[in-house]
Ligand binder design. Sequence first.
Ligand code: NAD
Ligand code: LMR
Length: 340
Amino acid sequence: LGNVLWSVAPKLVRYTSSTRDAGSFTRKVAVLGASGGIGQPLSLLLKLSPLISDLSLYDIQHTKGVGADLSHIETRAKVKAYVGQEQLADALKGMELVLIPAGVPRKPGMTRDDLFNTNATIVADLVSSCAKNCPRALIAIIANPVNSTVPIAAEIMKHHGVYDEKKVIGVTTLDVVRAATFVAEAKGLDPTRVFVPVIGGHSGNTIIPLLSQLSPPVSFSKQELDSLTKRIQNAGTEVVEAKAGTGSATLSMAHAAARFTFSVLEALGGKEGVVECGYILSKETEFKYFATPLSFTRNGVERSHGIGKLSEYETKLMEEAKSELNSNIKKGEEFAKAYL
Ligand code: NAD
Ligand code: LMR
């Protein structure tokens, strides 16, 4: 699996218009939660891209300032800022891709699931509006706990009769970005040329890096496997602790979301061979929602590349992920039932 993906996986995010032809496939993208720790740098990276014609910034606060600031940058994307619930519908009309980093982040000592009570409602409200105002858009969910917010979004789209399982995706790109960085560091490789498929969910031991399917192929001792796996699974917490109460990963997440966005937009524009990992309704394993490498086309996700052949070590990681992932999924679905 790794070797197949290696030839097609995007390695670097492309920002400047000088390196790309804007062409005829520029797109309309919305960021919901655009004034936040992720929202602001993500919006900046998107504003720099020639792939975007219209950038719609929505938040419950501060978007007017963020929008005015970004709108002075000499790139093609037209920036519009919307603030407050009553402007949400206008922020979403005509959008083809909606990114959702709205929601509270962790503080030290919290799990992602501890964010559920606040973020489940935020995501449910925002996705309900997507269902009404841009039902065909691809919805990329960043807000935690991703393991639960994606099932919530799916149930809400279903309720409105507009669910397209190829278009509701949890963004797990940061796990892939971190895995490549940590492996490259440990093995003295160029991080831009390393691809590690990361499958499963996006929390603790539900994050399953497939180090046996690395591109380029590299072998690891048991000790290396243990320490790299643990670091990749714990990387979010590493940042939460370093930020000491002021938030979680924002800059690396903005990069990861921009990488995901540009891949999706290139695929929507007709580029072939676009692969990114993502958490989505899945038939690959016993889990109803599961992240795998996905091929994207003009219609969103074309197919999953599956999980490949797992090592014994990785089969054990799958076992360890079971109870948390299943209970996160169930919790999201139950919340949606009560919400609707
Ligand atoms: P933040 O608090 O800095 O920003 C969140 C923003 O959301 C704020 O500007 C806030 O006003 C806005 N917001 C709150 N309710 C809203 C609503 N109903 N509609 C629109 N906007 C609303 O937080 P952050 O650091 O940007 O993190 C945002 C979320 O992303 C958190 O849940 C965090 O756990 C998650 N996250 C996910 C990943 C991932 O890999 N998927 C990585 C990092 C962070
Ligand atoms: C991350 O992986 O950095 C995010 O999910 C934020 C967090 O709470 O760790």
